[in-house]
Design a protein around this ligand. Sequence first.
Ligand code: PGA
Length: 247
Amino acid sequence: MKPLAAGNWKMNGLKASVSEIMALKDRLDGTAPACDVLICPPATLVMSLADAAAGSVIQIGGQDCHSAVSGPHTGDVSAAMLKDAGASAVIVGHSERRADHGETSETVKAKAQAAIAEGLVAIVCLGETLAEHEAGDTLSVVHAQLNGSLPDGATGATTIVAYEPVWAIGSGLTPTAEQVAEVHQAIRAGLSAMTSAEEAHLIRILYGGSVKPSNAAELMAIDNVNGALVGGASLKADDFAGIIAAM
Ligand code: PGA
C-alpha cells in the first residue's frame, strides 16, 4: 500500500505560512513521491492552503472536528466545514486533544464517524504516556484506545491509524525499531479482529513522534509502518520534503 507522509502543524501558522506550501510544491514539482502527502494546518488556514496546493500532490486536512454536523458548539469546527474548505482528511484523537480537552475514545470514535460521513479520511491517533510505557502497559493502552476509537465499518479507504507514543512527541525521543514493530503488529492484529484480515491490511498505520529527515527512512522500513505523522518537522518545507524523500 502507498505510504502517507502527513504533517500536523498543530497551533502554528499564519497567512504567511502559505509560502511553505508553495515551497513544498516547488520541491515536489517534477518528482513523483512514493507516498501520499498531506498537511494538516490550523482550521483558519485550511482554505488558503487548499487553494495554494491545488493542482499538486499535496492534500490538506484538519486537526480535529466536532461529531455533529452543525449546531450550538461555540468554537468548534465540523467535518462538513473542513470538507467545504478543501480538506480531504482530518486527524482525530491526537494525544494533545485527549489530554488538553479530555477527549475520550468514545468522543474520538464519534468524531471519526462524523468525518467519514462527510467523505473525509479519519486519521485516528493512539499512544501511551511515559508512565504507561514505563509500567509496561503500552500494548494494553493502545489496544483499549483502538477498540474504543476505531470508527464502525472502518476500511482502508476511510480510516488511517496513527501510533504516537506521547513521550516521543516533540521530545526528540523515539522508541526502538523493535518497540515500534511490536506495537504496529499489535495494531494490525487488532484491526484484523475488528474488521477482517483482508481489510486490516489495507488500513495504513502511521508512526508519529519525533520523526525527522534523519530517522524517517529507518522508521519507515519497520514492518507494518505505512507512513508518518509529523509535527515539528512538517513546518518547514525543506524538512518535510526530506521526510517525503525517505518514504
Ligand atoms: P512531533 O509531533 O513530530 O513534533 O514529535 C508529532 C505529532 O504530535 O503528531
